[in-house]
Design a protein around this ligand. Structure first.
Ligand code: ARG
Ligand code: ASP
Length: 718
């Protein structure tokens, strides 16, 4: 009996734990859904300190950074903190041979030195309202999906005109729970965002692709910006007259660090998760789509890496492309590993069995959801070949840049068919865009990518998804991809910016005739046509079907598992996730500590290496143990992990302690746990944060930006 009780206790606590750390919660619902549990897990503040619309709360310090990352306000003068990889575009745009901020870093020692970034913005969330009832007004079950969507669109449009907001505010309406709920966000977007500081890449991206998605980690992945506002502290386009923004709330920085078991929460804008899928969708991810995408990227990376290793110029040109291809490539491998290791499919099937049992036991559920699981499974079976073709197309075609250039050039033909004015406007746009892309283009690399990736396009796909024109020309070349690529790249003018400029310089009629006659343009037209004729229509209609079934299944799960509190999948809206600082065991016999130190940076240091080099000053500071107030017991903390449920978009999110003070800066997850997007499992899912004391050490001791340290408020409970 005792043993049984103990077992029961363990299984309850496992269930309880799993639930406790999983979830990306809506800030306005924390009070009703999560506050009790958050306090049980160690939080010392109230939900109203996190989200409050009548006075400044933590949410007023959090912004969506450029729509792809998160950032937080850390001073009363609008100082923003985000990741180095989030600010990278801005850092790159200001870099030149003379001022190589990517390599050397950048620091503004006064406001005048701060650099403007025309396309960057920071969006605050002012208020979140449940508008489900208004959106579903007049929606019935007899509507087709198309009718339903257009009725919803009408309701959205009507609501947008009736909701009260200030002239400088915007409204954002988003579906949640696969379209079962709708929330409205009142937002304020600031568009004068200036670069304040960034460490050299050898700190901000220390360990690059080798360490990416890995623990233990030693990266100082941060950069700093500042929000500028007009004289009334309101959003305004860039102007030299703008002034530093005065926030409703700025985060305070804790000097205390974290210890095992400490409560942490991450507040930010997670991009996309799929936590409520049918087991067959997970099975497809593990067995079909992830492996296909990985195989394509493996080939692409091999090609690019081969060139980068031999050529300094190509190394710089392709560094960003390589990093972005490799980022998802590595993540998907971790995803397969984690899903397999945690038996995600089998567990999901068990859950489906319980669902079926509950549905069968309740007549009203049985009526509504009788064949739901069967239909979902069938829908995933039906979509599989089309989804595979989509993955192939999306993974292969954009990686052969000749096809992207062809698309741009062909767009001139469409413009020409309208009128001269459209053509001239489009020509300027195309030239502008291509001038940029050719800076990071090498013909030999692209030709080799064509050769190896188009091979996959032809070999691994169902016959009617392959372009007939492409097949025909391949046969002409004796089925040799080498011969074909040589022929295409020697004939086309689309692989050289000079040739393109020359082509477009002549009369409009001549230019149009030359574009029409180009072999790359012709092949691309047929590749595109084959896809939009033979794949897209069926794919789209099957996808609409799956979306409808998934929406029903989401509601069905909430109706069946009434004991469970559900959180909506991530959709780039503001969320809170909370958990505890925790080590983990990636595999048998191996245990990872939760904290890394600068000793580890030095262990990895490889002079002159592309990924593991360090600035000399960092080494000197380390040797002198000159950590200032940012070190503990003669050691400098660098990164730490916790069980917070995060995803892409959470980069740059603040990690807050029990009191709501900043202790870390989120930037990654551990490899074994990247499957948290589909199946969060507290045993191996960990988010990775830069310890805020490492950030401050670099600002203070490395950059000596005392001006920045002076505007931040530090706190300590010790
Ligand atoms: N893996 C992280 C994320 O998905 C960091 C990526 C940036 N770092 C890199 N080495 N590519 O975005
Ligand atoms: N590195 C990711 C980001 O850029 C975060 C993650 O996927 O965990 O948002």
């Amino acid at each position: 009996m005792k043993k049984y009780c103990l077992l029961l206790l363990i299984s309850i606590s496992i269930f309880y734990k799993g639930f406790a750390e999983e979830g990306m919660w809506l800030p306005q619902l924390l009070q009703s859904l999560n506050e009790k549990e958050m306090k049980r897990m160690g939080m010392k503040i109230n939900a109203a300190d996190i989200y409050n619309i009548s006075k400044g709360s933590l949410k007023d310090a959090i912004v969506s950074f450029g729509g792809f990352c998160t950032a937080e306000v850390i001073s009363d003068k609008g100082l923003l903190l985000s990741n180095h990889h989030c600010g990278f575009d801005a850092i790159q745009n200001h870099s030149s041979i003379q001022n190589n901020y990517i390599r050397d870093g950048f620091w503004a020692y006064n406001h005048e030195q701060e650099l403007k970034n025309p396309s960057l913005f920071a969006t605050f969330i002012i208020r979140i309202d449940d508008i489900t009832a208004a959106i579903f007004n007049g929606i019935t079950n007899i509507l087709t999906e198309k009718e339903r969507q257009s009725a919803i669109d009408k309701n959205i449009a009507a609501l947008k005109t009736s909701v009260k907001k200030e002239s400088y505010q915007d409204l954002l309406i988003r579906p949640f729970f696969d379209g079962n709920k709708y929330f409205l966000f009142v937002t304020e977007t600031y568009r004068d965002i200036r670069l304040v500081g960034a460490p050299p890449s050898s700190i901000g991206n220390f360990g690059k692709d080798t360490d990416n998605w890995m623990w233990p980690r030693h990266t100082g992945d941060f950069s700093m910006f500042r929000i500028y506002a007009d004289k009334n502290n309101k959003p305004a386009a860039y102007s030299a007259d703008n002034v530093p923004y005065k926030p409703k709330r700025a985060l305070h920085i804790s000097l205390d660090g974290v210890k095992e078991g400490d409560f942490t929460m991450v507040f930010g804008f997670p991009g996309r998760t799929n936590e409520y899928l049918h087991s067959s969708a997970i099975e497809q991810t593990v067995n079909v789509s992830d492996p296909a995408k990985i195989a394509i990227r493996t080939k692409a990376l091999q090609v690019i890496d081969g060139f980068m290793r031999k050529d300094e110029v190509i190394k710089i040109q392709y560094a960003a492309k390589y990093a972005s291809i490799s980022n998802a490539w590595k993540k998907w491998q971790g995803e397969i590993l984690g899903l397999t290791k945690t038996n995600a499919v089998a567990k999901r099937k068990e859950q489906e069995d319980s669902f079926e049992k509950i549905v069968l036991s309740k007549p009203e559920l049985n009526m509504a959801y009788m064949d739901l699981l069967k239909n979902l499974k069938q829908a995933y079976t039906d979509i599989e070949p089309y989804a595979y073709a989509r993955d192939y197309y999306n993974e292969i075609i954009p990686k052969v840049e000749l096809w992207g250039i062809s698309a741009d050039m062909n767009s001139l033909l469409t413009a020409y068919s309208k009128d001269e004015e459209t053509y001239i406007k489009r020509k300027a746009e195309v030239l502008n865009k291509l001038e940029d892309s050719f800076k990071e283009y090498n013909v030999a690399v692209d030709q080799k990518l064509f050769e190896s990736l188009m091979d996959l396009y032809c070999k691994d796909q169902q016959a009617d998804y392959i372009s007939p024109a492409f097949k025909a020309i391949l046969i002409e070349k004796g089925n040799s991809f080498t011969a074909l690529s040589e022929s295409v790249y020697s004939q086309t003018a689309f692989n050289s910016f000079d040739k393109i400029k020359k082509m477009l310089n002549g009369s409009m009629a001549e230019a149009v005739a030359a574009i029409k006659a180009d072999v790359a343009g012709q092949l691309y037209t047929d590749i595109f046509k084959t896809y939009v004729t033979n794949v897209s229509p069926t794919l789209n209609s099957l996808q609409i079907d799956i979306n409808r079934l998934q929406r029903t299944y989401m509601q069905a799960q909430m109706d069946a598992f009434t004991q469970k509190t559900f959180y909506p999948d991530a959709n780039s809206t503001l969320r809170v996730t909370y958990g505890n600082v925790k080590n983990y065991q990636p595999r048998d016999g191996v245990k990872y500590e939760f904290q890394s130190y600068m000793d580890g940076v030095m262990e990895k240091y490889l002079p002159g290496d592309y990924e593991f080099d360090l600035p000399k000053k960092m080494i000197d500071l380390y040797n002198k143990k000159d950590f200032g107030r940012w070190g503990v017991n003669g050691r400098q903390p660098v990164c730490f992990i916790a069980a917070n449920h995060t995803t892409g978009g959470n980069s740059g999110s603040p990690a807050l302690d029990a009191y709501g003070n900043l202790v870390g800066l989120n930037f990654d997850r551990v490899w074994e746990g990247t499957m948290s997007d589909i199946n969060y499992d507290a045993s191996i899912c960990r988010n990775i944060m830069v310890d805020i004391r490492y950030v401050m050490f670099i600002v203070d001791k490395f950059a000596e930006a005392k001006n920045l340290i002076a505007e931040i408020k530090f706190v300590s409970k010790k």
